[in-house]
Write a new protein. Structure first.
Lengths: 312, 258
């Protein structure tokens, strides 16, 4: 059973003034408390999607509800529930860390709460730096400040636009821990990334976006099942034009101009079906020169999706 | 008041942020008007004023005080407000303002309120400095403050528009230097337009700044080159035009949202 979505996007499109169509009718529901990873190559439209939800970019068409509030008609309520960490580091160089976080809380309409601000800064290991000017911090520290600002008003939905781009291993691990911690406190997290391992590591669900289209939205566990799939490739002695009816039960595919047969099977299953396939082929007198197996990774699925549609 | 009706915390946060920015340059910010005012009195008051003793029965040194205040009020208002909104656009930190639950009114109240506070402070510092050199008597102090607030708010709104329109820091300077300062000098800040020969006198009446300066001067001395009601109407009209443009900017997202 799926709970009521905390973010609901319907028929969202965006064409920039330049004429570029950055989003082509996106529909997406995000459940409360889930971690959703938006995966896609450069220019796919990830930032555009996030920017529209947060009010930085005007949508061309479509409706969005955040925490049950329409982001245009009821922008005050909707926005007060959303926190955004943009892709780029945008900071007020001359402000102190604690002032900039306090400022963010105020701008989002919350009354002062020094104890909460302190907690956020401590969670991000920024408390010792609270009196430093932002310009004196390292890049990684600045990114933490951006996260602290986004969390300052206790949002229910947090957008992290490429949180680990240009971040060292340690900070990346910290970031992942923080995301889990936030989820435990009930925050819904939508992050974008180019890294498949990040999506695998963090997300409950993964969405793949390409050229403004959401081409796949899947639970990570289901994707992992796909990951569990293996492929057996047989290089045939003699090319074949059609798969004989006797081999239908294996659902084979022909490739490389009939020189190869491809059998996809579940590596985790008790019976792979390989011995019986080979026996049946030998009965039919179909010989092969070579064979190899390989595992399909999320990376493959991703690349397949991206290139397949490219050709279409 | 609840944040879902009016985001008072947001207005206050922006206002404080801007005032904090001014505080970082507090001493230069206040030294400049004190020094320039003193210079004006040395040059205009002593050198020229000794030949031009009175205008409309007012000692020349006193006569120029409202003009001096207006000149600074215009430039300070435009500069502070345009810089205040241009800076976050330039650094990208505007993303936070745009993503916050702030209405156009609240955003403008924060930025324009802070800029107006600063420019009015500078104008009042000029008044105090002038008082050291000449005798300035304000006949209608309440109306003087009303004009001061209205004109400061108007020029700050105007500066806010310039700050959103400008594509770079050079453009921030263009409007004040090429339009406002010349119009102010030609608008009777330091003389009465009655002193001009025709056709200049009539041409000058098309300069909107004339009405602002004369209205303001009237609150000091009770005399004006143009009817005070016209001054008030001109000031209010300019204020409403700027307000309308600002709301148009927020409604369309002009140069703020793509
Ligand atoms: N303000 C804008 N005006 C015109 N085109 C834009 C604008 N912003 C983005 N685009 C274009 O829209 C497309 C989608 O951009 P977007 O930034 O959403 O991609 P992205 O998926 O976030 O990419 P990346 O992984 O590089 O961050 C790109 O082709 C980009 O050039
Ligand atoms: Mg992006």
């Amino acid at each position: 059973m799926t709970p009521a979505p905390v973010l609901s996007i319907r028929g969202l499109t965006k064409t920039y003034a330049s004429g570029l169509q950055a989003l082509k009718s996106v529909d997406l529901d995000i459940g409360r408390g889930e971690i959703f990873a938006l995966l896609g190559p450069n220019g796919a439209g990830k930032t555009t999607l996030i920017s529209i939800v947060c009010g930085l970019v005007t949508p061309s068409t479509g409706e969005i509800q955040a925490a049950g509030h329409d982001i245009v008609r009821d922008y005050r309520r909707a926005r007060s529930k959303i926190g955004l960490v943009p892709q780029e580091l945008y900071t007020d160089a001359f402000e102190r860390v604690i002032d900039t976080v306090t400022f963010s809380r105020g701008v989002f309409g919350r009354s002062r709460n020094p104890a909460y601000v302190e907690k956020v800064l401590r969670d991000l290991s920024l408390w010792d730096k609270r009196n430093e000017k932002i310009k004196e911090l390292s890049g990684g520290m600045k990114r933490r400040v951006m996260i602290a600002k986004a969390l300052s008003h206790e949002p229910e939905i947090l957008f992290l636009d490429e949180p680990t781009a240009g971040v060292d291993v340690e900070l990346r691990r910290d970031m992942w821990n923080l995301v889990r911690q936030l989820r435990e406190s009930g925050v819904t997290i939508i992050l974008t990334t180019h890294y498949i391992e990040e999506a695998e590591e963090m997300a409950d669900r993964v969405g793949v976006i390409r050229k403004g289209e959401l081409i796949l939205v899947e639970e990570k566990t289901k994707l992992m099942q796909k990951l569990g799939k293996k492929q057996l490739t047989l290089n045939l002695s003699d090319p074949m034009t059609a798969i004989p009816a006797e081999l239908a039960e294996w659902k084979l595919a022909i490739q490389a101009d009939g020189n190869e047969l491809l059998y996809t099977f579940d590596a985790t299953a008790e019976r792979t079906g390989i011995p019986s396939l080979l026996r049946r082929m030998s009965d039919l007198g179909i010989g092969f020169k070579d064979l190899h197996t390989r595992e399909s990774s999320l990376e493959d699925i991703f690349v397949d999706l991206v290139t397949e549609r490219n050709a279409a | 008041m609840s944040a879902s009706v009016f985001n008072a915390h947001g207005v206050w946060a922006i206002y404080k942020f801007e005032m904090h920015r001014f505080k970082r340059t507090l001493w230069t910010g206040l030294a400049v008007p004190v020094i320039t005012t003193s210079l004006y009195f040395v040059v205009f008051g002593s050198a020229i004023g000794s030949r031009m003793t009175e205008i409309n029965g007012i000692p020349y040194g006193s006569f120029i005080v409202p003009g001096l205040m207006m000149l600074s009020l215009f430039t300070e208002s435009i500069f502070n407000a345009s810089f205040g909104i241009h800076m976050p656009r330039f650094t990208g930190t505007i993303y936070e303002i745009l993503s916050a639950p702030l209405s156009a009114l609240e955003t403008v109240l924060g930025y324009v309120g802070a800029a107006a506070t600063k420019s009015m402070t500078v104008a009042l510092v000029i008044l105090l400095t002038a008082n050291l050199f000449v005798d300035v008597h304000v006949e209608h102090p309440f109306l003087m403050l009303l004009f001061l607030i209205l004109i400061a708010a108007t020029f700050c709104l105007f500066g806010f528009i310039v700050g959103i329109w400008a594509k770079g820091f050079e453009q921030l300077q263009v409007i004040p230097l090429l339009v406002v300062t010349p119009l102010t000098f030609l608008g009777g800040s330091f003389y009465s337009i009655e002193m001009l020969p025709e056709p200049w006198r009539t041409i000058t009446l098309f300069n909107p700044i004339v009405y602002l300066i004369n209205g303001f001067r009237w609150t000091f001395f009770g005399t004006s080159d143009v009817p005070v009601l016209w001054s008030l109407l001109a000031t209010s009209a300019f204020f409403l035009i700027c307000l309308a443009v600002v709301f148009w900017i927020f409604r369309t997202g002009y140069r703020l949202k793509s």
